[in-house]
Design a protein around this ligand. Structure first.
Ligand code: NDP
Length: 400
């Protein structure tokens, strides 16, 4: 039905590729393009005899707009799924704009030299995408992504007004390494060492990293320590969920993870400021990434479950109402199905679904949008069908 260009060949891309190949009715022709072509070829080798989807591969430097344009003009996709890194968002959006191709990603743009992720750079493309008659879907992973779709669904079906949103991201997986990150270590460590923030009464309040801790008893996982972080969907939900008074994001971390991180921070290994090393400039965090386990290698070792969801408090028909919607995902089941752990799985499945929404015309409006700006219903149905079934509770434990 439609040609899809997938850029990136890492942990999340692997799940997107597997899921597109399971969904050949929509994704009948995909091209996998990345910096290291051999990784793209390995996916093709593994999958081409198990799927009706036609697979081709290409080498591309996604920092280079001309290379991207040449590839898009040659392959002629209807949509580009960007599962490279946030640094490539703008170059890929530029190439989509010039070639008239729909765009989707899972993380917002971040300049490589400032650990600050914000939507302002990508929102600046709104008018241009509208005029070109093409759609950009921003942040179609799990968080951001499904958390935005959950919010639109809660707003549409359960509330007249939502007052508070708590996004809770728990990973009870154990990979057996003393220290490793579940997705790209550079992006992950930049996120967790940054200052926290939450939205309250129309403004963002900044907090010291990891300074706000709560304990929560997660369904199917149990009690976990969780810490308040800044997270990119706070920025879009604060605008798109009308009347919301407070939004917070919490993620679980073990004491062991935090102790390792503190030591790495204290010795300067998490810095993104280049230093001179034996006559060469190196970025400590990029060097750290090179010595840490590759997140893609965690799949076969990781046991346990993730639970990611949102708790809403608000009002319906004049009465106060609470609502919790969440997904539980099992690392070993994900690995058995697509050869990846649950963090990549919970990101890659919504990226495939978001692209399917655009290609099948269910999400059809020109411009640049966050996921909560579209109709959540077909996406919620697709989550149940494609491996991320959700559960709900109308009497959840609340976060203090
Ligand atoms: P990985 O590091 O595993 O993979 C990134 C891939 O992008 C690699 O294949 C890499 O190539 C490729 N790449 C990097 N730079 C370029 C470039 N200039 N040109 C072409 N290809 C390039 O990352 P993940 O798969 O873990 O993460 C992918 C994205 O998903 C990230 O943006 C991350 O922030 C996001 N994410 C979103 C989540 C959500 O819930 N919304 C959760 C987790 C991740 P090479 O193989 O050569 O290194």
């Amino acid at each position: 039905m439609a040609k899809t260009l997938i850029i990136g060949a890492g942990g999340v891309a692997s799940v997107v590729i597997h899921k597109c190949c399971q969904n050949s009715d929509v994704f009948d022709d995909i091209c996998i393009a990345s910096r290291t072509k051999s990784k793209c070829d390995a996916f093709k080798e593994k999958l081409q005899n198990q799927t009706k989807t036609k697979i081709s591969t290409a080498k591309v430097d996604a920092d280079n707009v001309d290379e991207l344009i040449a590839l898009i003009n040659h392959y002629k996709p209807e949509i580009v799924i960007n599962v490279a890194l946030p640094y490539q968002d703008l170059t890929i959006m530029d190439a989509c704009l010039i070639t008239g191709t729909h765009y989707l990603d899972t993380a917002n743009y971040e300049p490589i030299d400032t650990a600050k992720f914000e939507y302002k750079w990508q929102w600046a493309y709104r008018e241009k995408f509208k005029q070109a008659g093409i759609t950009a879907v921003l942040g179609s992973g799990f968080d951001p992504g499904v958390t935005g779709v959950f919010s639109a669904y809660a707003q549409k079906h359960h509330f007249d007004e939502i007052y508070t949103i708590d996004i809770l991201d728990a990973n009870a997986g154990d990979h057996g390494y003393p220290f490793a990150t579940n997705f790209n270590p550079e992006i992950n460590i930049r996120e967790v060492t940054a200052k926290g923030s939450y939205f309250e009464n129309s403004r963002f309040i900044e907090t010291e990293p990891m300074s706000i801790k709560r304990v929560y008893n997660f369904p199917e996982i149990g009690e976990k320590d969780m810490y308040l972080l800044h997270h990119e969907e706070l920025e879009s939900l604060a605008i798109n969920i009308k009347g919301v008074k407070r939004i917070r994001f919490f993620m679980t971390f073990s004491q062991n993870y935090l102790t390792h991180l503190k030591v790495l921070e204290n010795v300067g290994m998490t810095s993104i400021v280049p230093i001179d090393f034996e006559g060469k400039k190196i970025v400590p965090l990029q060097f750290l990434k090179a010595v840490l386990p590759d997140p893609a290698s965690l799949g076969p070792r990781t046991k346990g479950k993730t639970n990611i969801g949102c708790i809403y408090q608000g009002i319906k028909d004049g009465k106060p109402k609470n609502y919790y919607v969440y997904n539980v995902c099992d690392h070993e089941e994900c690995y058995a199905e697509v050869g990846s752990q649950a963090i990549s799985y919970t990101t890659g499945v919504p990226a495939m679904i978001g692209a399917m929404m655009v290609l099948t015309g269910k999400w059809n409006k020109a411009g640049v949008y966050n996921v909560e700006e579209f109709d959540p219903d077909p996406f919620m149905d697709a989550l149940n069908k494609w491996g991320l079934p959700w559960k709900e509770s109308f009497n959840p434990e609340l976060v203090e």
